[in-house]
Design a protein around this ligand. Structure first.
Ligand SMILES: [Zn+2]
Length: 460
């Protein structure tokens, strides 16, 4: 089994339960697992490869809990730059209807390249559009090619406009076909083992694009097969109004009625989760993917993250789809979560209890690492300790962004200074980003093809 030594890092932030940080420490990796962390002299000698980590901060690989990677083809489209969620969706559905298998394969590689270069080692992706022969296999193939740990979510839409839903009828699928394909994907790909590189989740898109039946059936299938459930919930005021009008209840009540709460469920956004909803999520172990940039871009609001955490809700971070962020810098997302939590508290009617300490730099890093792992149901990633997956990101503290910051506090500077690119990203013991460059594929030709496909898609 090959071995890799990350030697003499300025700091290793383990993000374990005690948030232990080592100064001048090394990490010894055997195969795909961390074997030991500590002073280099105390670790096994003679590793197959040694990374000189002097001047670097080592953190656990970041975990992205919500994304729609195909949207990398439709970033910053002028027609929907200033739209809120529902009109943004209505504007984009007809464009996305032209999506092809090649577009999914290429855009997923691009989205993953961006994440990996920002220190992210595990991502989920929520693909809910299957026109023109697109299959979830297209995303799965991309993750394997680039070397990213992946939770592939089999999304779906089944209620078109003629049935009172939001998407055009041409983009929805029959429910029996959705469930059949879900079953096929789980059987073919889902790996529940420690260190799994690929897991499948079932993810009907949202209460305004699928039926109650499909929500219930998906939950039953997921539980029979032992996979997780994911959807969008309580994203903005219109989303809540739709729920009240169509279902006569809040989004959280709707989720509960359909069996969509529990340790095996995570919901994206939850910007408008009310106090009862927060209590419900805490009691049931239901997770939340917090997507601060997307929530700001679409003017959806500020998710009550500190209240969720105080109540005991599991919260991870998501960059969300590339058409509503429009950047997929995972570390940047953590920085935004930190800043937005502070603003959010200050805007509350009763003022601010905690001030800026509402969310500390280390709290934000915890959301982006162990929080994400919890939300994706992974016990083998999210912090660094012997026996955990060897997923690490290294940041070079000697660069401009860190000047005058890292010398005082490398971890604080990582979150508070402008978000840098990762110098090294290691996934499952394999170097995927080496000295700031993607090591598993050639980015230049990929971007050229991606941009050509983006123009083709927009032209219709
Ligand atoms: Zn989303």
């Amino acid at each position: 089994m090959s071995t890799l030594l990350i030697r003499n890092a300025t700091c290793v932030a383990s993000m374990d339960a005690a948030r232990r940080e080592w100064k001048d420490a090394s990490v010894f990796i055997r195969g795909n697992l961390v074997e030991a962390i500590g002073p280099a002299a105390e670790l096994p000698q003679g590793a197959d490869e040694v990374v000189d980590a002097r001047g670097h901060l080592v953190v656990p690989g970041l975990v992205n809990t919500h994304h729609h990677m195909y949207q990398s083809l439709t970033r910053a489209l002028p027609a929907v730059q200033d739209a809120e969620l529902f009109s943004w969706l209505r504007g984009l559905y007809p464009v996305w209807a032209g999506l092809t298998p090649e577009m999914v394969q290429v855009s997923t590689r691009v989205a993953m390249a961006e994440l990996l270069l920002s220190g992210c080692t595990t991502s989920s992706d929520h693909l809910y559009l299957y026109p023109n022969g697109v299959r979830l296999d297209d995303s799965i193939e991309a993750a394997a090619a680039i070397g990213m740990r992946f939770t592939a979510s089999r999304g779906s839409m089944s209620v078109g406009r003629s049935q009172g839903g939001l998407p055009p009828d041409a983009l929805v699928e029959p429910e029996d076909a959705i469930l059949r394909d879900s079953q096929r994907l789980i059987a073919q790909y889902h790996d529940a083992a420690h260190g799994a590189m690929l897991q499948i989740a079932l993810a009907p898109c949202s209460p305004f694009s699928v039926s109650r039946d499909l929500m219930r059936e998906s939950a039953a299938l997921a539980r029979a097969e032992g996979v997780r459930l994911h959807t969008h919930l309580a994203e903005n005021d219109h989303d809540v109004a739709y729920s009240r009008e169509k279902f006569g209840c809040t989004p959280a009540e709707y989720a509960e009625a359909l069996g969509w709460v529990g340790h095996d469920v995570w919901h994206a956004h939850c910007v408008k989760l009310d106090a009862a909803g927060i209590g419900l999520f805490a009691r049931t172990g239901t997770g939340v993917a917090h997507c601060p940039c997307s929530n700001m871009r679409l003017a959806s609001g500020i998710a009550p993250v500190r209240r969720m955490l105080a109540a005991g809700v599991s919260v991870g971070l998501g960059v969300d789809g590339s058409a509503s962020n429009d950047g997929a810098h995972m570390l940047g997302e953590a920085r935004q979560a930190l800043l937005l939590a502070r603003v959010g508290r200050a805007l509350e009617p009763l003022g601010c209890d905690h001030g800026p300490a509402e969310m500390t730099a280390r709290d934000a890093l915890a959301l982006a690492t162990r929080g994400g792992a919890e939300v994706l149901g992974r016990r083998d990633i999210g912090h660094l300790a012997p026996g955990m997956c060897a997923d690490l990101a290294l940041f070079d503290l000697r660069t401009l962004a860190f000047a005058g910051g890292a010398v005082h506090d490398p971890v604080g500077a990582l979150l508070l200074c402008a978000s840098p690119q990762a110098a090294w990203t290691i996934v499952d013991g394999r170097i995927v980003v080496r000295e700031g460059q993607l090591a598993t594929l050639d980015l230049g030709p990929l971007l050229e093809r991606h941009n050509a496909l983006a123009l083709q898609l927009a032209a219709g």
